[in-house]
Ligand binder design. Structure first.
Ligand code: HEM
Length: 381
């Protein structure tokens, strides 16, 4: 079986796999497609680990450990629990909410520029701009460095699922080391990470750099794709767009449904720490489990009429942000940015046409679902 990348729509393949081979072995990689199975695995971090550095050769692990500790995404308890507590106390939902007016200001300015231009690429003119500006400002990084960030973020997103990009990680670590100030009284995220303390434990330089890198990797491309994917889905459903313009309270439903229907993160991985079985298939210690969140999110057994886009749906327990101890720390920020982007976009844009994207316009990734560009023309009436 050929495992597709997201250069093509994966959803038909998922449907077939859910039906015929919901747990499918390919060498030491086990592909898993159903909601309930994935949910069980994500809830069992004792047996199914995220700590992939333990599987790397010693040389590679030493090279990576030189400048950053593994990010929380790739750690198991107890270190995961400690670090998540520390970074979580610097990156709280409250600190995110405080950013709302600034997010709105940026989104409004971008939406107005789109209307003025008439023809735009929604990715470079809106969906990319908003998250990178917001996270740069949150981290306290000057806007003049945003191009370097774009480059790093692109490189790391492409490397996801294909092995670590050590050079980029080194460059980014060196960049953030210079920003650490243990006596800072500042309120930006790097200042707060530099000074946060819990039970007498502070974050080390490597941990701060590792987390800052994770924010860029985990937060930018994903939120960009969420905004783009929402606009594409609204183009397919002009009646929902019209309704949303009249009733903005529908927007959070559109955001949730986009997360489910066109999940920006289509898959994640664990490895098995034990010999076991999953749904009758034998699993060996160190087998890698590829968990297709994007398939779970369309599983007919979890979502009625799961293959259609319906922002009014009641079941909201999609897995686009994962589940269990690694549940996305940035979910409140991603939701806020996407909601505000759609609010400002729909206020400014009465209607729009989209040039259907080709496979070449897709992000070349084994994990992310989204587009590099999406040409949009504003309809003024
Ligand atoms: C639509 C946007 C986003 C999506 C779809 C998304 C998706 C995910 C998923 C699926 C996971 C869990 C991965 C796993 O269990 O293996 C995760 C974890 C994480 N995300 Fe997000 N994310 C988004 C935005 C963000 C943003 C904006 C930030 C921060 C600025 C962020 C920071 C994180 C962090 C720090 C983790 C690791 C949490 C942990 O390991 O305890 N994410 N995200």
């Amino acid at each position: 079986m050929e495992i597709p990348t997201y250069k093509e729509e994966p959803f038909e393949w998922y449907r077939e796999m859910r039906k015929n081979s919901p747990v499918y072995r390919e060498g030491n990689m086990i592909h898993i497609f159903k909601y309930n199975t994935i949910s069980k695995i994500l809830s069992d971090h004792q047996n199914f680990s995220s700590q992939f550095r333990d599987l790397l050769g010693e040389e590679m692990a030493a090279m990576l450990n030189e400048k950053t500790t593994p990010s929380i995404l790739l750690l198991d308890p107890p270190l995961h629990t400690t670090l998540r507590g520390l970074v979580g106390s610097a990156f709280t939902p409250r600190s995110i909410e405080l950013f709302e007016p600034r997010i709105r200001e940026i989104a409004r300015m971008l939406a107005h520029a789109i209307v003025e231009k008439e023809n735009s690429d929604i990715v470079s003119d809106l969906s990319y701009q908003l998250p990178i500006r917001v996270i740069s400002e949150m981290l306290g990084v000057p806007e003049s460095d945003s191009e370097i960030f774009r480059d790093w973020s692109d490189k790391l997103a492409t490397s996801l699922g294909r092995g670590p990009d050590i050079e980029t990680q080194y460059d980014m670590a060196d960049y953030f080391y210079k920003k650490i100030d243990r006596n800072s009284k500042g309120n930006n995220l790097i200042s707060r990470l530099s000074t946060v303390e819990m039970d007498g434990r502070k974050l080390s330089d490597k941990e701060i750099a590792g987390f800052a890198i994770l924010l860029l990797v985990a937060g930018n491309e994903t939120t960009t794709n969420l905004i783009t994917n929402a606009i594409l889905s609204l183009y397919d459903h002009p009646e929902i767009y019209n309704e949303m313009r009249k009733t903005p309270s529908l927007i959070p439903g559109v955001v949730e449904e986009t997360l489910r229907y066109r999940s920006p993160v289509q898959s994640t991985r664990r490895y098995s720490k034990i010999d076991t079985e999953i749904e009758g298939e034998e699993i060996l210690k160190n087998d890698i489990l590829a968990l297709y969140l994007g398939s779970a999110n369309r599983d007919e057994e979890a979502f009625e009429d799961g293959e259609s886009f319906n922002p009014y749906r009641k079941e909201k327990r999609h897995m686009a942000f994962g589940q269990g101890i690694h549940f996305c720390l940035g979910a409140p920020l991603a939701r806020l940015e996407a909601r505000i982007a759609l609010e400002e976009f729909s206020k400014a844009v009465p209607g729009f046409e989209i040039e259907k994207p080709s496979p070449d316009d897709r992000i070349d990734s084994d994990i992310m679902y989204g587009f590099r560009k999406l040409n949009l023309k504003v309809n003024r009436s």
